[in-house]
Ligand binder design. Structure first.
Ligand SMILES: [Zn+2]
Length: 347
């Protein structure tokens, strides 16, 4: 059986941290390694996502103590993200990103036998072939750039490969989802930024952006974008979710939508089971087909989870439910990793 890798994409969040441990790997064969993209992998209230590296229950601690192998935790890729808590904006946003990335690098050094910084697809392949966790760095909250394209290029040099343009609030790039009243989209700097990200080969992430911002990015980006952790508005009316015309626009753009497991984004009553997750997947598939969905679980950014899914260790529940709905192993592999990997490979 080919290896299946869990790809955990993070967009950093501010809610609570989540404990990541011992996922049971799905058993189907897929051509592409790297399933599962989990949003918000590394975030805690005070020290942001990277802090999870050092907690007693976190992935790297498990791996560092040698428990990972026995728990079959291997073959995991993820996208740790530096979440810029609004308390640092605007004056200290870049400093905060630097602190988080510095912490990330020091943890990488500590766990160098287990984890590898990946800056492109072939790095991920190398990490997987060496049995290491692949980590592709991202930032959630473009305020980290403080309006400076030079800062973007330097973050790129540090290994950052995707940026969630905004969190919920306005920054130098665009309005966030909670700024809808003003109707603002991308700023002139935001447009320049998208072009520079396209040219550098960085993934543009529009989760959390305003409606107008979304459409401005669609118009501006020459490369596929990601909506790393958002669901379908038709199934759940939360403003963080996408309208059908937005889903269609992502399809046309060639991008990928990561399904968020936060119950408030899954159902209007804020209660959810695995069936609510598959409901969103089914709806998006009905519009987009199978090539534009990934997993953006958001485990570390949410304070509650669907019934029966406590964390990454239960992720196979989702894939088993999809198998019951007659999704083929090939398609499940696309959701689990193949679609996000395609973008990483082509960006
Ligand atoms: Zn988020």
């Amino acid at each position: 059986m080919k290896k299946i890798v869990l790809m955990l994409i993070a967009a950093l969040l501010l809610l609570s941290a989540c404990e990541i441990s011992k996922p049971h790997l799905p058993s189907w064969d897929v051509d592409l390694t790297v399933p599962l993209i989990n949003e918000h992998y590394f975030v805690s209230d005070l020290a942001d996502s990277i802090n999870l590296f050092v907690g007693e229950d976190n992935v790297l601690t498990l791996i560092g103590t040698g428990e990972a192998e026995s728990q079959e935790f291997g073959d995991v890729s993820f996208n740790p993200a530096a979440f810029i808590d609004p308390i640092y904006s605007p004056a200290n946003a870049m400093k905060r990103a630097m602190q988080i990335i510095d912490k990330f690098y020091s943890e990488l050094e500590t766990y160098k036998d287990d984890i590898m910084l990946c800056c492109n697809y072939s790095d991920i392949e190398n990490a997987v072939s060496q049995g290491k966790i692949a980590a592709m760095l991202s930032i959630e909250g473009g305020e980290a750039l403080q309006g400076d394209l030079g800062a973007l290029r330097n973050f790129y040099r540090l290994g950052v490969r995707s940026i969630c343009l905004t969190w919920n609030y306005r920054n130098e790039i665009a309005d966030g989802v909670k700024d809808e009243e003003s109707g603002g989209g991308l700023t002139p700097f935001g447009r320049k930024l998208i072009k520079e990200m396209n040219s550098l080969g960085m993934l543009v992430d529009v989760s959390h952006i305003s409606q107008k911002g979304f459409w401005d990015v669609i118009e501006t980006s020459s490369k596929p974008i990601i909506v790393s952790h958002s669901n379908a508005r038709k199934i759940c009316s939360h403003p963080r979710n996408l309208y059908d015309d937005q889903i269609l626009a992502v399809v046309k753009n060639g991008g990928v939508i990561g399904i968020n497991f936060y119950p408030d984004f899954l159902s209007d009553d804020g209660k959810a089971t695995v069936k609510d997750i598959t409901k969103h997947i089914e709806h998006i598939v009905s519009i987009a087909g199978p090539d534009h969905i990934g997993i953006g679980a958001d485990f570390d950014g949410i304070e509650k989870t669907p019934d029966g899914i406590d964390g990454i260790e239960n992720i196979d529940t989702v894939f088993e439910e999809l198998a019951k709905l007659n999704y083929s192993d090939e398609v499940i592999g696309k959701f689990a990793s193949g679609n996000f990997l395609r973008l990483i490979k082509n960006t």
